[in-house]
Design a protein around this ligand. Structure first.
Ligand code: GAL
Length: 976
């Protein structure tokens, strides 16, 4: 194709041609027609300047195929998804794009309803990725870019009674693609709604609601600007406001303010002669004052998540019920804020945030991160030719979303470097909506923003920022400005794979420093794409699974939800970290201390349920009488007389909803606290001692059976090798010391310091053992060995001591590092294999879910049961997972009730899998893991922490597992 046949608009700096000025979406009594549904579609390999007449009403599209709208064509078998994080998947040659430019032609015939009024009408596209040109009944309307922004065209003059034809040509690549380099799948098409809207000539063109709240007086003011209808009248019946003039500020008297905690909305109607518009109004005032971000006068603590729009089958064409599910899941996990990373979401999502209550940082559709790879040369952010496109994007963001009370900050975009176009966006925003502060993390000096924002800053830096002691900015005036700003972490706690660790430590910093107003975990959901094997097995694809030449692998899977919206252990941990009520039982003192950490609401409507369990069995329960506690306040509440402890006994106080809320039913648990009952100095850190492995005695002394075996209580060992052969007749593979784990994404740390690379370098994935001696010492059977990696001098001196009390087989393993260990240990414990029939799992310890030492906040002490399969967390890339912490005992049981009991002294961590660590490490996807004929049981004294180094700080010093000396003591007994 000669170069001149490429359509000019593709490589134009201009964002659009023929579109209307942006405005808010609102619902009105003017007719509208939903044009979603089945359209006709064909995919062309490149962008042609000419058409073959497909836009004409009579065009024969019978050879085309069907495609739903909204949709991405790649999710329907046309072309393939592709994933890159930072890199542009095309040469950096702005504003040019490759000739190979998948182009989707779409057609839809529809019948105009008979009652459709004559006169103006608007065709609205809520989102088309990335550049499109549209025709109505054969007449060209124009083109538009800005994938996640609405575009409207006037079509009233083109409407015909009866059949009408809409034709849309969508290109995957355009100049605008340089502005849309967000870390996500490259997906194209008409992925949000298409609607035809009648526009009554004496109707309301646009709506801007200004609803403020004065926290000092408890009153509200309201001004509604109705564009195109200066004489429009506003009514808010509940406030007694009837037919008040639009465009004028009204004192509406006492109102209940809107907050994410109490999302009070008032129904309003705006009436012009030709149209009635409905609006839902929330009164609230956002400001930065006294160095803090405040709503209605109170500083906020944001407990947020970054949300990309994602559905594993539909991509960013997210069904409405899925949006709702997201909001419900957030609310149920104590999340109170969303950053719409990195583009304005579907407008329905913001309606849900208004209705159910979430603070929103609404981010503009802008990212030019790929320019970082070339030193930000030719970055559009600082190139005047792109200025209109930048202003167009922020204008379309603000105008569309300004009426949402949930939106409290405008964000200019993400990772677009810095430059005068961003400054111009900030200026425009302040001028057109002074009611909300401006956010942009990329403005590192915060020269043109109102909030100091960072991503992934490590804890010590956040601590310094909290104390307003951050590094100085070069310009003293800018420095003074920034030092006066509130601080948020717009991204932290990278939720990729197992983890993230370190959330609790961040939360303590947020609580310590007023300036730290919380943050947004990266990110809400894994962007995995559902695939099915011929036998129906489901799995989720990530970067590289579609044969992309350039990709960033599973970095797209870094969410708190698995792609099918199953909460990961990380989400459960986050929910505990940000729980709105803190409960600290002090059974010794007979009290419970209850702190309300909400910013606005008191604790009315909550039920406080206590429960006492001995060895995990219920001893008693009841409801606590807790007075209503104001936001930020603490009450010490007396405990009732508790049942007598029986064995290791724990008190749990659970904070639940007393009544149904729109986002969760009565009984939903928001928070909990636990304490040990009746043990001296006891607490979670000092669990009940399990029976100490006694030296052999009481009829349990090891004896040589004369056939080359040694019998020690229920255990049978090989006299020569010291290997355990069976326990109570159950064949096992002997417990051997294991230091290796299948590296987590945080261990691998593709963008940071990789502890996994150290581990592999040290050879911890190839440890071998050399037997030194076996023999009896003081009635104990002792096996000495040396564990060491090939090609290295370092090693561990290991001693196994076997003994019994007649009933149980006891093992003490001691190990001591030899040589200069260059790295911490992944884990310290033993690995053993047991028959695959032992698939039932029960334990008394912490659970019910996965926990590691720095991601253990949601694990409570109790008695839990599941299956070996149920212990696994299917992270998209297989890795160490499923650990359960602080087990006092564990039973693995077969269907017939027989099995193996393991006891700790006092506790141990465990994982159990149907494959070994090498297989887990080698697999690329969970469905590749094939169950073997053994269950691999890991009994660990400790793991190295998980951290969040996949993007951010690694394991904190307190959670490191150094080489050195280690010891684990276990007891084994047959059951059944
Ligand atoms: C940030 C970026 C996000 C995402 C994250 C890592 O730098 O803003 O879009 O890429 O890192 O997952």
């Amino acid at each position: 194709m000669p170069a001149n046949r490429k359509p000019a608009y593709l490589e134009d700096f201009a964002p659009s041609r023929g579109t209307r000025a942006p405005r808010a979406r609102f619902s009105s009594d003017a007719p509208s027609l939903d044009l979603n549904g089945t359209w006709r579609f064909r995919l062309l390999p490149r962008a042609e300047a000419g058409t073959d007449g497909f836009e004409a009403p009579g065009f024969d599209d019978s050879a085309w195929c069907d495609l739903p709208v909204p949709a991405h064509w790649q999710m329907h078998g046309h072309g393939s998804p592709a994933y890159t994080n930072i890199s542009y998947p095309f040469p950096i040659d702005p504003p040019h794009v490759p000739d190979a430019n998948p182009t989707g032609d779409h057609r839809r015939d529809f019948d105009l309803p008979k009652e459709w009024p004559r006169g103006p009408a608007v065709l609205r596209f809520d989102g088309v990725d990335s550049c499109f040109r549209a025709w109505f009944n054969g007449t060209e309307l124009g083109f538009s870019t800005g994938s996640r922004l609405a575009a409207e065209f006037d079509v009233g003059h083109l409407l015909r009674p009866g059949r009408n034809t809409l034709a849309v040509r969508v290109h995957q690549w355009s100049a605008a693609s340089y502005l849309e380099d967000q870390d996500m799948w490259w997906l194209s098409g008409i992925f949000r709604d298409v609607t035809l809207l009648a526009r009554p000539s004496d109707g309301i063109d646009g709506l801007a609601v200004h609803a403020a709240y004065d926290h000092a007086t408890g009153t509200g003011t309201l001004r509604v600007d109705a564009q195109g209808a200066p004489d429009a009248l506003v009514s808010v019946p509940e406030l007694g406001l009837v037919d008040a003039a639009a465009g004028v500020e009204h004192e509406v008297g006492a109102v209940e303010p809107w907050s994410a905690e109490v999302p009070r909305l008032y129904d309003a109607e705006v009436r012009a002669p030709g149209e009635r518009v409905r609006a839902r109004i929330g009164f609230r005032t956002v400001e930065v004052s006294g160095g803090l971000l405040r709503v209605n006068g109170r500083p906020l603590l944001l407990r947020g998540v970054n949300r990309h729009e994602w559905h594993p089958d539909h991509g960013r064409a997210v069904p409405r019920e899925t949006m709702r599910e997201d909001v419900l899941l957030m609310k149920r996990h104590n999340v109170n804020a969303v950053r719409t990373s990195h583009y304005p979401p579907h407008p329905d999502f913001l309606d849900l945030c208004d209705e159910l209550g979430l603070w929103v940082v609404d981010e503009c559709d802008l990212e030019t991160h790929g320019f970082e790879e070339v030193g930000w040369r030719r970055n559009p952010s600082d190139d005047p030719r792109w200025r209109d496109a930048y202003l167009d994007r922020i204008r379309r963001t603000v105008e569309r979303d300004r009426n949402h009370p949930s939106v409290i900050l405008w964000s200019l975009g993400n990772e677009a470097g810095t430059g005068e176009n961003l400054e111009a966006m900030a200026e425009w925003t302040r001028e057109h909506d002074p009611s909300r502060p401006v956010h942009y993390e990329g403005d590192r000096d915060s020269a043109y923003v109102d909030v100091y924002s960072r991503m992934y800053a490590p804890h010590d830096e956040v601590d310094a920022i909290g104390g307003r002691e951050e590094e100085e900015a070069a310009d003293p005036a800018v420095d003074a400005h920034r030092r006066g700003l509130p601080f948020i972490l717009c991204e932290y706690g990278h939720a990729m794979g197992t983890g993230p660790g370190g959330l609790e430590e961040y939360q303590r910093l947020f609580e310590r420093h007023d300036r730290c107003q919380g943050g947004f975990v990266w990110e809400w959901i894994d962007h995995g794409i559902r695939r099915r094997e011929p036998d129906g097995t489901e799995w989720f694809a990530y970067g590289g699974d579609f044969g992309e030449v350039l990709h960033d692998g599973n970095f797209v899977a870094d969410g708190l939800l698995l792609p099918d919206r199953v909460p990961s252990p990380g989400l459960t941990a986050y929910a505990k970290t940000v729980e709105p009520v803190r409960v600290a039982p002090h059974p010794g003192a007979g009290t419970v201390s209850v702190t309300n950490t909400w910013d606005f609401r008191d604790t009315s409507g909550l039920a406080f349920v206590w429960r006492v369990e001995g060895e995990g069995s219920l001893l008693g329960e009841g409801v606590l009488d807790v007075p209503v506690i104001a936001p930020g306040a603490t009450a010490d509440v007396p405990l009732p007389a508790l049942p007598e402890p029986s064995g290791e006994t724990w008190l749990t106080v659970s904070v639940r909803l007393a009544d149904d809320r729109p986002w969760a039913p009565a009984g939903h648990e928001l928070a909990w606290g636990q304490a040990r009952v009746g043990a001296l100095g006891a607490g979670p850190a000092a669990p009940a001692p399990a029976p100490a492995p006694a030296a052999a005695g009481g009829g349990g002394a090891p004896y040589a059976a004369g056939d080359g075996t040694v019998r020690i209580g229920p255990g049978l060992l090989d006299a020569e090798t010291g290997a355990l052969l069976s326990v109570g007749g159950l064949s096992v593979d002997t417990p051997t010391v294991d230091l290796w784990r299948a590296p987590t994404d945080n261990d691998v740390a593709p963008h940071g310091i990789s502890v996994a690379a150290w581990w592999r370098g040290a050879g911890l994935d190839r440890l071998t053992s050399r037997l030194v001696s076996t023999g009896r010492e003081d009635g104990v059977f002792v096996v000495r060995s040396r564990l060491a990696p090939a090609a290295r001098e370092i090693g561990m001196r290991v001693v196994h001591r076997w003994s019994t009390d007649g009933e149980r087989l006891f093992l003490t393993v001691e190990a001591e590092a030899e040589g200069e260990w260059p790295c911490p240990l992944p884990r310290f414990g033993v690995h053993m294999a047991v028959p695959s029939s032992l698939g039932g799992v029960e334990w008394f310890g912490r659970g019910p879910g996965e926990a590691y030492r720095d991601v253990s906040q949601a694990a409570r002490v109790g008695r839990f049961s599941t299956t070996v399969d149920g212990l696994q967390t299917p992270y998209l890339r297989p890795q160490e997972n499923g650990n359960r912490m602080d087990a006092r005992w564990l039973v693995l049981r077969a269907g017939d009730g027989g099995g193996l009991r393991v006891e700790g002294d006092p506790v141990f961590d465990f994982t159990a899998r149907r494959w070994d660590t090498a297989a887990l490490d080698a697999a690329d996807h969970p469905h590749e893991l094939v169950p073997g004929d053994r269950i691999h049981l890991h009994l660990d004294q400790a793991h190295h922490g998980v951290g969040t180094a996949s993007c951010g700080p690694g394991t904190l010093p307190g959670h490191r597992l150094e080489a050195g000396r280690h010891r684990i003591r276990l007891g084994f007994a047959p059951v059944g």
